[in-house]
Design a protein around this ligand. Structure first.
Ligand SMILES: [Zn+2]
Length: 287
């Protein structure tokens, strides 16, 4: 069922596990993630970036597809449909389109403007029962063409934004989007602990979950991280499975060119990646 992400993340915080946000790009992605969540009896968050929303022809299409799929596949675990790194305009559009959760990424605004815009969106989202995530300290790496430096968020700024009534907070702790470089210094757990202490137990969000070692993920969860975003990893596993299907010449055998066959190995690969993450995050059987 489609729900806001508030309750599932409060439960995750209290139960010391994390719920995965898996970004979707099309029907195969959405179906693979929903079916895996149901099979593992896990809550799940479907992330939609503004670029992916555009690709899928708009937020209304996405919301209609997700709602219909939840119904026809009999998905009974809690599912949140969440805008990832939303702009001010994008957040409003998703509230209109029927998303159950939004992220407003005001991290590139001066703190006062971030506060003003976040305040307005909190009120609007909550009036419709929609959860809202905000961000402090830009998260490094490339995201829809925007390259962030990977800052460590200031705990005082985190408190300021958390106090606006948002439901969960993304704070930079050295994490970056995409693949991690060889010389990556790892997560800053001291900073995470300070942010956790300063923000009074609000569920924290770890962006850039692809390639963070399992022990760092577990430690982050123990320090208050309740939502972990995974995007690139599903793309990599989908691409690798599709590549080996084609390199094995299977698209040339019989009706191997049928998209339902051609995309099947990638679909299974996404399912396997999502399963692995749900097990690592501890959300299995927490629906
Ligand atoms: Zn992110």
């Amino acid at each position: 069922m489609l729900v806001s992400a508030t309750e599932m993340l409060n439960k995750a915080r209290d139960g010391h596990y994390a719920v995965g946000q898996f970004n979707i790009n099309n029907l195969e992605w959405t179906k693979a993630i929903l079916l895996t969540a149901q099979e593992l009896n896990s809550p799940v968050i479907l992330g939609v970036s503004e670029g992916a929303g555009k690709y899928m022809t708009g937020y209304k299409t996405v919301a209609a597809m997700v709602k219909a799929m939840i119904e026809t596949l009999n998905i009974t675990v809690p599912v949140a449909l969440h805008l990832d790194h939303g702009s001010y305009e994008g957040a409003k559009a998703c509230i209109e389109a029927g998303f159950s959760s939004i992220m407003f990424d005001g991290s590139h605004y001066p703190i006062d403007e971030n506060v003003a815009k976040t305040t307005e969106l909190v009120e609007l989202a909550h009036s419709k029962g929609i959860s809202i995530e905000a961000e402090v300290g830009s998260i490094g790496g490339e995201e829809d063409g925007v390259i962030g430096a990977g800052e460590i968020a200031d705990p005082a700024e985190c408190k300021k934004i958390a106090d606006l009534g948002i439901d969960f907070l993304a704070a930079g702790i050295g994490n970056i989007h995409g693949k991690y470089p060889e010389n990556w210094k790892g997560l800053d757990f001291e900073a995470l602990d300070k942010i956790h202490q300063a923000t009074g137990g609000i569920p924290l969000v770890l962006h850039g979950g692809t390639g963070i070692p399992a022990d760092m993920i577990r430690q982050a969860i123990s320090l208050g991280v309740s939502k972990i975003n995974v995007n690139t990893e599903c793309q990599l596993s989908f691409a690798a499975a599709t590549r080996s299907y084609i390199e094995a010449g299977k698209d040339l055998e019989g009706k191997g060119f049928d998209p339902r066959k051609l995309l099947a190995p990638g679909f299974e690969a996404i399912k396997a990646t999502v399963k692995e993450k749900m097990e690592l995050f501890g959300s299995v059987n927490k629906a």
